[in-house]
Design a protein around this ligand. Sequence first.
Ligand code: ADP
Ligand code: MG
Length: 760
Amino acid sequence: PVDRSPEIQEARLKLPILAEEQVIMEAINENPIVVICGETGSGKTTQVPQFLYEAGYTSSNGIIGITEPRRVAAVSMSQRVAKEMNLSHRVVSYQIRYEGNVTDETQIKFMTDGVLLKEVQKDFLLLKYKVVIIDEAHERSMYTDILIGLLSRIVPLREKKGLPLKLIIMSATLRVEDFTENTRLFAVTPPVLQVDARQFPVTVHFNKKTPLDDYSGECFRKVCKIHRMLPSGGILVFLTGQAEVHSLCRRLRKAFPFQKNSTAGDDDDRKESVEEMRKFKKSRRRKKAATLPQINLDNYAVVPVDEGDEDRDAETDDDIAGSDVDLDLGDGDSEEEEKSDSSLPLYVLPLYSLLAPEKQAKVFRPPPPGTRLCVVATNVAETSLTIPGIKYVVDCGKVKKRFYDKITGVSSFRVTWISQASANQRAGRAGRTEPGHCYRLYSSAVFMDFEKFSAPEITKRPVEDLILQMKALNIEKVINFPFPTPPPAEALAAAEELLIALGALKEPPMTGRLKEQQAAKLSCPISPLGRVMATFPVAPRYAKMLALSRQHDCLPYTITIVSAMTVRELFEEFDRPAASEEETVKLKGKKGRLVQMQRIWAGQGSLQKLGDLMVMLGAVGACEYSGCTPKFCEENGLRYKAMLEIRRLRGQLTTAVNSVCTDAGLYVDPKMKPPTEAQATYLRQIVLAGLGDHLARRVQAEELLDDKWKNAYKNALLDDPVFIHPSSVLFKQLPEFVVYQEIVETTKLYMKGVSAVEPE
Ligand code: ADP
Ligand code: MG
């Protein structure tokens, strides 16, 4: 029996899914696999685990596992469910890549999908679970897709063993045909249960015109108008990235000051990428021009035909319909809004994946009395988290995604239009507690051009890590795997090619005809080296480096370098827009200090040739030596959060290595000495072994055909020139041969994580 508090009980009873408890439990009792669809906020994630718990699914040695594609959701949902059930974190727990609070008593375990995939490797039948719930299946994250494929085979195997496993697939939008109508996946179509959400009507207001690039500014203006003109109710703004979120938060706090939160969440403000910086500068330039007496070219207030307003008739909100405010608010600018107005306090909170959990938790609490809540969020608020009290949604219509070139793996972050399904999800956030409004900062014509659904992740990125994991599960013919949506053939081929080159797969014999050879290449078995590599929770290239590093006591260094390469953004970004002259000077000083420190961390002689990787190693070494304090990080331009993540990953990789080489006796040494000259040379060879396909050669003088090749490098995979980024310690040296961690395209194709290679 579960002992819930009266408030929780009351809140639960309002959830539509509670009325369906019996239907859902009957379906689960009678079928091995069930699909549950329901609007975001209907109670799937928080309630279904409780139904199962109360129905006794955890009583005899077996637990309930729930996978989430996002860490945020795994952590916050476990906390919420523990609270609702009045149970300790020892019983309702979570596990994400670096951390968790799972105990022997755990009965309900929330985890990221990647964590469960790793568990399949150790225990293919997932015997410790009685029920596995795959949540947010509509997101189509790569690991979720693979888990569904694997579970489609695991469920019948468990049945045969007489130890049945229940599989529940939960999804927000209805696009379950990829699962249900795929007979290769599920021979018997699983029942699909539809939970009707008590969704209040949401009036959608399209902009008449779509802003060309300054959607952030457009968000600001729209929030200002809502806050000034419309009745109470929380506002949720969708933007694309952390930097944008923070800069809008800052602007809104300035416009509608509310003392208590004036510093909340500002410490993450620094992560502004070059791309955003560029956009920001552009928007500033536009601002300046606008101070001249000039017609505002964005203001279309006199356009007579209201093309985007066909939904207006659906307006049913009696409260507002009587008043004379123009709910449509119109597009574009008006000057007064930049002025600060403290009579209308706005309680502004950021929300994004990397935000610290205690800061994320703020959005679930009621705002201070007399204020209006305004949450500025990235895509995490689209389906994973439900924020109470939201009545207005402002949707910029964009999302930031990483795009990969299928063949070369070159990636870039791009801001693109969302899908229609996403736009509708976002709008739906406004109608949870009462009728709401969604302001789309784009026209209805643009909306009609959106793709219906976004493509599954597995079709969009390199799959070498996935293929190695699958081979480690002895799935040799990856092509025959029951993917809900298979990855493109060229991505599969590129992955096998790379894994063969790394020695992780056994190369097919070079006999027979070319065609047969190619076919054989696509079904190579894993090698002993590959098995070792698969046990490390890092990409195959890095796993190869680890596997080689037993020699000459290089392991602690490789572990540190690999950890640092895996964690995003070690260094603070100081090339960001400053609020004042004073700040500009401060930032310049900090940047100077960081550059100086990087030169020191880069060391000398043979060490220096390790380039950016030596800088990472030196930075982590120095930081740990000083106790890894926020103060040390602040003073030296390091990102404290990144340093903590690196520490955790070092711990995890050290454990992983120790379990493979039981006599290695490795530990994480906070006082690690720099490598010797000789070790640095070995490390360069180890790095080359992992990144061999990422070799680039400087263009020689006699090859300089065109100015665009000045200081450029040539790489076998690419026709275009690639460059060492100015932030690299090797930027001035331009060694003849380099290897790089990855190429990211911004204004040019830049190599990141560069180290020098010397021909023998
Ligand atoms: P679904 O998974 O169907 O999207 P959830 O189970 O996540 O729905 O959420 C159900 C309801 O529980 C939501 O309406 C939300 O208001 C409430 N809720 C979820 N998490 C929290 C939380 N941390 N604090 C307060 N309320 C929450
Ligand atoms: Mg959910």
